[in-house]
Design a protein around this ligand. Structure first.
Ligand code: HEM
Length: 186
């Protein structure tokens, strides 16, 4: 029987199983186009959040009721119309770049970290940031002072810290491969 050791009658045991990595699915032009969309969308998300923070700080610190109202209404415009489309464009272009290139989704710690952190911040945008801004707008529209400055500050501060962190690890690409990544043969 082929491959069987004539002495032991056993098949030699294979060294630990390495998964061969599938060839990159995106061609060079497609990868570069996806990267341009990805970097632009993530920069927009970062810029939008910086704008939300500036409006939140103004609303929380100004003594003028009119300025509070103008600031939280502007925050609501950004939060209702721009935040989620930009978040999804960053996530989808990131997934495309991950699954379509040698990076993979769960092979490198910096990519995998960004995936989960982007999912977490997108979820927090839907369930924390936007409701916080909505309750601030409802309060000021009823002529009541801003109930809780945290409503307009907490979301932008957390999101901005996350996006700056993700920009830094995207450029520096730290921490090497995951265990799964190490199992993938280059
Ligand atoms: C706010 C969130 C994000 C920010 C700020 C961000 C930022 C960036 C930046 C600036 C680059 C270019 C790095 C360079 O060329 O040196 C990049 C590349 C990349 N990002 Fe993101 N990203 C984000 C979310 C994601 C997500 C969610 C994923 C995966 C699901 C992802 C996967 C990738 C991959 C694979 C590359 C490398 C592309 C390549 O070189 O072919 N990113 N990202």
């Amino acid at each position: 029987m082929s491959g069987v050791d004539t002495h032991t009658g056993q098949k030699p045991s294979k060294p630990n199983k390495q998964i061969s990595s599938p060839p990159p699915r995106l061609g060079r032009p497609a990868r570069r186009a996806a990267l341009v969309v990805h970097v632009t969308a993530s920069a927009c998300w970062l810029g939008l959040t910086l704008g939300l923070l500036a409006l939140g700080i103004t609303a929380a610190t100004t003594g003028s009721a009119r300025t509070v109202e103008a600031s939280v209404r502007a925050m609501k415009l950004f939060a209702d119309w721009l935040l989620l489309p930009v978040a999804f464009l960053t996530l989808v272009s990131g997934l495309l770049l991950s699954l379509g290139t040698k990076w993979g989704l769960a092979r490198y710690r910096w990519v995998y970290t960004k995936f989960w952190l982007t999912l977490a911040t997108t979820t927090a945008t839907v369930f924390a940031l936007r409701p916080g801004v909505d309750s601030a707008v409802t309060a000021v529209a009823a002529g009541v002072p801003l109930p809780d400055a945290g409503d307009v500050l907490f979301g932008p501060v957390v999101s901005l810290s996350a996006y700056v962190f993700m920009t830094v690890i995207s450029v520096l690409k730290p921490w090497g491969k995951t265990r799964r990544g190490k199992a993938v043969k280059p």
